[in-house]
Design a protein around this ligand. Structure first.
Ligand code: AMP
Length: 291
């Protein structure tokens, strides 16, 4: 087990699945409780908020850093995804993480790998419309990470709302003895949801990107003013986002938060979710709106 001696601190950097499993077995045998935050690295305050939530629950806080190739389609940003391991380790250490599991490329998908997890319905909505293999990759890697890290709690961000639903469903369907917890979306001062991908935005795009969150706030205002027709609210949101040059809407939906199926009339809490491209940078956001 490679101690992260660079920092001279207690945090451990673990590269091997077997060593991670052995560490978690040892924690569990002595009655220790494990909380787990899976990430793709390039950490920001959104990730750190989930770590702090885990820290308050457990004896051992584990973070994984792995840019999972199976959730990227050819032509997506797998190769350019930002990475900053040294800085990430410092942030983990400062936030009370006991160990970081960072498998080398190839370890989780060795030659001959052929077992994937698919869900029947949830992946066919929202992000799955444009990214048909994405949630197969997410469910598969999270199941593998659960088997490697063996946590009691796993904590995910509501920014990726559909991901949370997929993982909750997968954990329930496969009887994982793990409690899935969530943390609210952490935003920049102007409302933009924090994301590792925000680093791709140029100054102009960064300024305009606030329209993604603003469209959700506008929708709630319309509901507050008495509008109940989801289609009308969506049309206004599309018009608003298109008024920013160079935006390309992947999807924008008002849907049932459990099934993710479209909702026509807003009669209670519903999920509004969208993905907008600024050139090649695809940003997502969501908010529960309703009466
Ligand atoms: P990622 O590294 O983007 O795969 O994200 C790892 C975890 O952090 C996922 O559970 C995300 O939902 C969560 N996360 C990412 N951005 C935010 C944010 N702005 N607020 C809260 N959680 C977030």
């Amino acid at each position: 087990m490679a101690k992260n001696l660079l920092r001279g601190a207690a945090i451990e950097l673990i590269k091997s699945a077997e060593m991670m499993q052995a560490r978690s077995d040892k924690t569990r045998i002595t009655g220790g409780k494990i909380a787990f935050v899976p990430t793709m690295g390039f950490l920001h305050e959104g990730h750190l908020s989930l770590m702090r939530k885990g820290r308050n629950l457990c004896d051992e806080l584990i973070v994984s850093i792995f840019v999972n190739p199976t959730q990227f389609a050819p032509g997506e940003d797998l190769d350019s995804y930002p990475r900053s391991l040294e800085r990430d380790l410092e942030l983990c250490e400062k936030n009370g993480v006991n160990a970081v599991y960072e498998p080398p490329d190839g370890q989780l998908y060795p030659d001959g790998f052929q077992t994937y997890l698919t869900l029947d319905d949830l992946p066919h909505h929202l992000c799955g419309l444009q990214r048909p293999i994405h949630f197969r990759g997410v469910a598969t890697v999270v199941a593998k990470l659960f088997n490697i890290v063996k946590p009691h709690w796993a904590i995910f961000g509501e920014k990726d709302f559909q991901q949370v639903q997929v993982i909750k469903r997968m954990a329930k369907d496969l009887n994982y003895d793990i409690e899935i917890l969530t943390g609210p979306t952490v935003r920049e001062a102007d409302g933009l949801a924090m994301s590792s991908r925000n680093a791709y935005l140029n100054d102009r795009q960064r300024k305009d990107a606030v329209c993604v969150h603003k469209s959700l706030l506008n929708a709630q205002e319309q509901v507050n003013s008495g509008e109940r027709d989801a289609q009308k609210i969506l049309e206004q949101a599309v018009e608003f986002i298109k008024s920013f040059d160079g935006t390309d809407i992947d999807y924008i939906k008002i849907c049932n938060p459990e099934t993710l199926e479209d909702v026509e009339a807003i009669e209670g809490p519903v999920l509004m979710a969208l993905a907008v491209k600024f050139d090649k940078t695809r940003l997502i956001d969501n908010m529960t709106i309703g009466v």
